[in-house]
Write a protein that binds this ligand. Structure first.
Ligand SMILES: [Zn+2]
Length: 146
């Protein structure tokens, strides 16, 4: 290594290239991180694109270039790792949406996120020819929308 670098952690980074079973769009919210690790282990291996607000950046982005950037990232994952599907995750109490306090109750919050995930799916399908799965995460489970 270079002289001006010092090792701050020993790693076991795998150097072999891989194929991703999915490209997931996941919130960077730390409370959701353990579930992302579990999801990765369950699905062999995924490319995780973690951004604040997850599907919001596709469905109702605060700035239009967020959507463009995220779609580019999904395409890059597919190109580099031959990803087989796109998984869009939204979660309860997401700060990017204003948190749970923004909603009158949990049902209203869940319905809102289902609508957002549907809009995000449309944005992906307009550009990327892969199956799209939509999931919602709360304190009880990771729920697949049908
Ligand atoms: Zn979030």
């Amino acid at each position: 290594m270079e002289k001006n670098m010092k090792c701050i952690a020993k790693t076991g980074m795998e150097m072999a290239h891989y194929a991703a079973s999915a490209t997931v769009v996941w919130c960077f919210d730390r409370r959701t991180f353990k579930e992302l690790v579990k999801f990765d282990e369950t699905n062999s291996v995924v490319d995780a694109l973690t951004h604040g607000g997850e599907a919001k950046n596709l469905a109702s982005p605060a700035k239009e270039f967020y959507k463009e950037y995220l779609l580019d990232q999904i395409e890059t994952s597919v190109r580099l790792h031959d990803s087989k599907k796109v998984v869009l995750m939204n979660h309860v109490d997401c700060g990017a949406y204003g948190g749970s306090k923004k909603f009158a109750n949990r049902d209203e919050e869940v319905r809102f996120h289902i609508d957002e995930l549907k809009k995000a799916e449309i944005a992906v399908r307009e550009r990327i020819d892969l199956p799209v799965e939509k999931v919602f995460l709360d304190e009880e489970g990771l729920w697949l929308l049908e």
